[in-house]
Design a protein around this ligand. Structure first.
Ligand SMILES: Nc1ncnc2c1ncn2[C@@H]1O[C@H](COP(=O)(O)OP(=O)(O)OP(=O)(O)O)[C@@H](O)[C@H]1O
Ligand SMILES: [Zn+2]
Length: 760
């Protein structure tokens, strides 16, 4: 018999041949059964890392729990070799979540677990205690230099230095003053004249932007906070959608919920789209909870990652704030999971394990029995539908903090806007129409700030031959190249390939026209029109690192920049009270993308960027330039009509059986040889169509067909979409497909993308 005692350790002693279920950290599917040797009985806890024989060698394994005798007779099971750590790296709720993720997204469990762990724990090595952020100090053990040091001038000098500064100094400071100081201090320590000490710094104590705790909540915040406190007091799993307009103070609601969980002795997990773009939010958490917060972002060093993991696992740090991958953080006694900007596409990982951290957050809450709060000014249709079906509870905040008005939103119709200075009508509309120029001038005159949004980077987004009409494409991808003038290169935004700018068409030597506006061009135009203004640009080209982004945003917050031009990076939850004008240079860029979410994405972007205006004492104004004033997203944004947009879009999705009224899985087939790839795509199409459930099940297959971007990095891409009323309806088909993937010829790669995000 296998039983679990209360400490979670599995007592396998009483079983004649105790068996263990182990996930192996290799790209293999399923869990494996191993024998628990006598030496390990009573020492195994679920979530522990172990060393197991695998193939001809050994591999890292994760003990998941007891197993029963496999059905097949005559299989010789091998024993677990040893355990790699005393206390398990994975808490039980996380094991449950990782198992769910592997099953749902059709990805090998061992790889799912390895991907979740910090590098220090994802190798088949014994656990090492992460060296925390420590500072080494040298402390003098004597009060004067003893005569024995007369023949050792370096040691004498180092000790003299220490005594001179009061008997105690950081080692690096001594080393800085006395060449070879580190070695010298060690020698002094071995003589017993100096003690070397470490002072441990708690994680996450680097300073953020300090923010006070408001004494008074708005009435809507107060109601929301009370509701969340009540749910926390009740305990157990529940999901709440916090739909609060831009600037309604959602962050404060999260902070109060985290405070309450902490008072209950429970940990919290807070997910944000991107740390570099949300320094204010991180700052608010740090200044409220100090060293109780671990901030998890992609810039962490391996050692720091391990340190945070261990601190959270031990419960010495109880709050984790982080990006997508922080969903795997081993927060102890988890009571609350918050997902800020839950609609954000960055929660979906687009390689390896293609998970959606927002969806995993809900599942994590379920496994841990925790409260889940999904917050946004523009909730996803998926979450709204879950509210309608009674799965999530809705909390709304319809007013801004301090009753500040929502910004006014005005339309600038590019079809009728004439070029400035009454010049001739050209095919291209002006980048900045007269209404925009006037509004920007007024804003400058008042000493206020402007954000200019265009969701395309570069100078010109395509080059076209004036004579033969050829557009310049990437040699590796089926994508137009973008001209970057500052770098004097044309670049592919998909594969990164950069080449010199051609001045003539390669087919007919005709001159190349530079068309399609990008942020770089907008910035140039703005600088020319407003030479007295301080202009900066925020996009992937200008902000090459996380620090650079933070610096730029900080400079904008300090009002050292008057006009900020940028891509969707400027649309994220920023809170700059000086911004009173937001201009959308072209609202249409994301409308034409062949993706069923194009309209939703456009609506979200326009609403979010508009929401940056008028957050301070002065009211905000938004100008939207567009060629499609009658398109649904544009019309509804102008009318501040979230409900109307959502309803209209829901009807359309329902009519065409798209999410949230159906579940989807994309099967992507990529290969170097176009012929072979097409062959595999057709083969998989046949394979699936022969295994389709009866039509009454409502499962449908679209394709196989060439993907919208039919070539990427030199590889041909095919796509096959499966749609069904529920995930359960799709999963037998996906399981079959997963098994079939073992027969795919080398040279073609097939990936299954469950609940796909981007459809390109
Ligand atoms: N009760 C309050 N009293 C005074 N100021 C508040 C209060 N609550 C929040 N604020 C301030 O209001 C501003 C907006 O809050 P916050 O950034 O949380 O908005 P939000 O709802 O997250 O908006 P968005 O969806 O645009 O990100 C912040 O400057 C915040 O400090
Ligand atoms: Zn390319």
């Amino acid at each position: 018999m296998v039983v679990s005692d209360h400490s979670g350790t599995v007592d396998l002693v009483s079983s004649p041949a105790a068996l263990a279920s182990v996930a192996v950290g290799r790209p293999v599917r399923g869990e494996f059964t191993y024998v628990v040797p006598d030496t390990l009985s009573g020492r195994l806890s679920p979530g522990q890392r172990v060393l197991v024989p695998f193939g001809r060698g050994t591999a890292l394994g994760f003990f998941l729990g007891p197993a029963s005798q496999p059905a097949e007779e005559g299989i010789k099971l091998k024993p677990i070799q040893r355990v790699l750590e005393e206390s398990p790296s994975l808490p039980p709720d996380l094991i449950a979540l990782l198992r769910f993720a592997a099953e749902h997204y059709r990805y090998p469990l061992g790889e799912v677990i390895r991907g979740a762990l910090p590098p220090g724990l994802s190798k088949a090595e014994d656990e090492k205690e992460a060296r925390p952020d420590v500072q080494h100090f040298a402390v003098a053990a004597v009060t004067e230099t003893p005569p024995e040091l007369r023949r050792a001038p370096a040691q004498s000098a180092a000790l003299a230095y220490l005594l001179a500064v009061g008997g105690r100094a950081p080692v690096e400071e001594v080393a800085h003053s006395i060449p070879g100081g580190r070695e010298t201090l060690k020698k002094l320590a071995s003589r017993g004249l100096v003690r070397l000490e470490e002072q441990v710094l708690k994680p996450g104590v680097r300073e953020g932007l300090a923010q006070g705790r408001p004494d008074l909540l708005t009435p809507e915040q107060d109601l929301a906070v009370k509701a969340l406190h009540y749910s926390l007091d009740m305990g157990g799993f529940q999901t709440v959608l916090l739909h609060g307009v831009t600037g309604s103070g959602k962050t404060e609601v999260y902070l109060r919920a985290v405070e309450h969980a902490l008072a209950q002795g429970k940990g919290s997990l807070v997910l944000v789209p991107e740390i570099a773009l949300t320094p204010q939010l991180v700052g608010r958490f740090r200044s409220r909870f100090g060293s109780d917060v671990a901030v998890l972002h992609s810039g962490l060093k391996d050692r720091e990652r391990l340190f945070h993991w261990q601190a959270l696992r031990k419960g010495t740090v109880r709050i984790a704030v982080g990006v997508r991958s922080a969903i795997w953080a081993p927060v102890e006694n988890l009571g609350l999971v918050v997902v800020d900007e839950e609609h954000d596409p960055s929660f979906k990982q687009e390689d390896k394990l293609r998970y959606n951290a927002r969806d995993m957050a809900v599942m994590r809450g379920k496994q841990a029995g925790a409260l889940v709060v999904l917050g946004s000014a523009t909730p996803s249709l998926e979450s709204l539908e879950n509210v309608r079906r009674g799965r999530y509870r809705l909390l709304e905040m319809k007013h801004r903090v301090d009753d500040r008005p929502m910004p006014t939103i005005e339309l600038v119709d590019l079809r009728i806007e004439r070029p400035r200075d009454g010049g001739p009508v050209t095919e291209e509309a002006p980048i900045l129409s007269q209404p925009l120029l006037d509004a920007m001038q007024q804003t400058l005159d008042r000493g206020q700030q402007t954000i200019l949004f265009l969701n395309r980077r570069g100078h010109s987004t395509f080059l076209l031959c004036e004579v033969c009409g050829l557009t310049l494409k990437c040699s590796e991808c089926d994508v137009c190249l973008t001209l970057h003038r500052a770098a004097s290169r044309v670049m592919c935004h998909y594969c990164g390939l950069a080449t010199p700018v051609p001045d003539r068409c390669r087919e007919c030597t005709g001159p190349m026209l530079r068309l399609g506006i990008g942020t770089e061009r907008v910035e140039t135009e703005v600088a020319e029109r407003f030479p007295q203004a301080r202009v900066a640009r925020l996009d992937r080209d200008a902000a090459t690192s996380g620090e650079r982004v933070t610096e730029l945003l900080a400079a904008f917050a300090r009002r050292e920049i008057d006009i900020l031009v940028g891509t969707q990076m400027v649309a994220k939850g920023h809170d700059f009270p000086g911004v009173t004008l937001v201009c959308v240079v072209m609202a249409d860029t994301s409308l034409a993308i062949p993706d069923f979410r194009a309209a939703e994405r456009t609506f979200h972007l326009l609403t979010q960027v508009s929401g940056r205006a008028g957050r301070g004492k002065d009211p905000g104004r938004v100008l939207v330039q567009t060629y499609n004033p009658d398109s649904e997203p544009v019309k509804r944004v102008l009318a501040h009509d979230f409900e109307g947009f959502a309803q209209q879009e829901m009807e359309w999705r329902q009519a065409l059986a798209y999410p949230p009224f159906a579940r989807m899985a994309a099967v992507r087939i990529e290969g170097e040889h176009p012929e072979q790839t097409a062959g595999v795509a057709r083969m998989l199409g046949d394979f699936l169509s022969r295994r389709m459930p009866p039509p009454s099940a409502g499962v449908r297959m679209l394709g196989p067909a060439l993907a919208p971007i039919s070539r990427l990095r030199g590889r041909t891409r095919w796509q096959l979409l499966l749609k069904g009323p529920t995930h359960v309806a799709l999963s037998p088909l996906l399981a079959r497909l997963e098994a079939k993937l073992e027969d795919i010829p080398a040279g073609v790669k097939v990936t299954i993308d469950v609940d796909p995000g981007a459809m390109l």
